[in-house]
Write a protein that binds this ligand. Sequence first.
Ligand SMILES: [Zn+2]
Length: 170
Amino acid sequence: MTDLADSHAVIECYFEAVREHYLPHFDRVRQTKLFVAPCTKELCVRDTDRHYAGCSLDGKSIVCAPEMADLDYHHVIGILFHEFGHSVDYLYPGEFTLGPERSARRRLREDVSDTQWIRWQKQWDKRDADVIEFTADAIASGVAGAPIVYGGPCLLQNFRTGEARPHGLR
Ligand SMILES: [Zn+2]
């Protein structure tokens, strides 16, 4: 698919379908916007074979490469569930932490003292890349009600065949 508008139209259908799953749990994803953008010098989400999308650090933008429109739809859904997982993590800053077995645990501002909340925020800001990725998957798996897995030669997200995200995968 070479036409950018066509790619956008295809990806947008999946994007809205995945958002519908998240909305009953996380209403802030109403703010999340889709951008379908070919690589430029300033921004490129398609910098390796297995990269098709990314989420901004404020959680409000999910950027997809137009090439995503040509992927098997199981992967498109898996990738978007994962990116919405990042979006939720960033739209609710500091609320999500990894529990046992890489599950997502949510902690609420009103449940703790200011001191405790500030401590948690600092820890949350300093999370390493694996923890951030596992948290996105944990949120996605919770919303989908099924574990997100990585499969195929490029280890792409999906809900059908593969394994939990390997440590160090970028
Ligand atoms: Zn990710």
